[in-house]
Design a protein around this ligand. Structure first.
Ligand code: UDP
Ligand code: MG
Length: 312
């Protein structure tokens, strides 16, 4: 017998969980017909929900011992929830999927077979369409992936979901990355292993609403950049060089001009332009360096990634 752990991060998902449970149980039935040697466990992570998510999970736990859960002391974010799930999972294979059925459970059989029959370590999914999503959001998402692939060494796949199945080896590798600033999509790539990509059309969430605001996503993309690229620091150095070179050229120009034509007290507007320009670039650069320093500061505190209030 082998065990498959399904990790489900939940933040205010009381409305979606019953639908999710029904859907996944149906798949478990189909799964058992094809692969009778696989059993399931469900690990729900209640990420500090403010609604009755935990009560709903406990209700399922009472009638089905396959259901296990971790409840956080507060909202630590999906990345922390995934980490908690990985550390609790006992399975030989681990799948993570959202509670809102935006990750089609019926793909699970194909994903599992990619590992056992085709020799992959992992099978991941990506949405090929973003229909049902605001246009502006899709646009920025696409720009973000293009940028990330340029400025970082690892691969970022456009439309990639966190929905993925992994072998025990890969999960153990992920658990070794105990950083606080977790951008799981980057971590999946960083640990390596052979991944099969499975494509599907976007599905809208079954109940409840998305936790992502536009600014939430923007912050998330900064996390990704700070966590997986030092390109902004190189940018600062390059900019520093260019600006210094320009300053030298300007100094030589001013000195020669003064020697040749004297020094009438004009030139106030250009002076202001220069001051403002340099003040701006200096602030920008200090800010970028500061952002990395801040992350370093938070990492050195070595705080736990999540705090458990209750688990079963
Ligand atoms: N989630 C979480 N903690 C959070 C935010 C979200 O565990 O702080 C969970 C949420 O319950 C869902 C999954 O992460 O199962 C994806 O969230 P959502 O559907 O809001 O994101 P979207 O699909 O819109 O990108
Ligand atoms: Mg969703």
């Amino acid at each position: 017998m082998s065990l498959l752990s399904v990790i489900v991060p939940c933040y205010n998902e009381e409305a979606a969980i019953p639908f999710f449970y029904d859907a996944i149980e149906k798949i478990r039935g189909q799964f058992a017909e094809k692969h009778p040697d696989v059993d399931f466990e469900y690990i729900f992570i209640d990420d500090g929900s403010k609604d009755d998510t935990l009560a709903v999970i406990k209700r399922f736990r009472e009638k089905d011992k396959r259901v296990r859960f971790v409840s956080f002391s507060r909202n630590f974010g999906k990345e922390a929830a995934l980490y908690a799930g990985f550390s609790k999972a006992a399975g030989d294979y681990v799948v993570c999927m959202d509670a809102d059925l935006q990750d089609p459970p019926e793909l699970m059989i194909e994903m599992y077979e990619a590992i056992v029959n085709e020799g992959y370590d992992s099978a991941a999914t990506r949405r090929v369409t973003r229909k049902g999503e605001p246009k502006i959001r899709s646009f920025f998402a696409r720009m973000f992936y293009r940028l990330m692939n340029r400025i970082s060494d690892i691969e970022f796949v456009d439309g990639a979901r966190d929905y993925r199945i992994m072998s025990r080896k890969m999960v153990d590798a992920i658990l070794e990355l105990g950083e606080n600033n977790r951008f799981t999509k980057g971590i999946y790539s960083w640990v390596g292993f052979r991944t099969k990509w499975i494509e599907f059309e976007n599905v809208e969430r079954i109940a409840g609403e998305t936790k992502w605001s536009f600014f939430g996503l923007l912050r998330y993309s900064f996390e990704a950049i700070l966590g997986f690229s030092t390109a902004p620091l190189s940018f600062v150095i390059t900019l520093g060089f260019i600006v210094t070179f320009m300053a030298f050229a300007l100094i030589i120009f001013v000195v020669i001009k003064t020697l040749l034509y004297g020094d009438p007290t004009s030139g106030w507007p250009s002076m202001i332009c220069i001051i403002v320009f340099f003040a701006g670039t200096q602030l920008l650069c200090t800010g970028i360096v500061g952002a990395y320093l801040g992350k370093t500061y938070l990492e050195t505190k070595n705080r736990p990634i999540f705090i458990t209030k209750e688990e079963e």
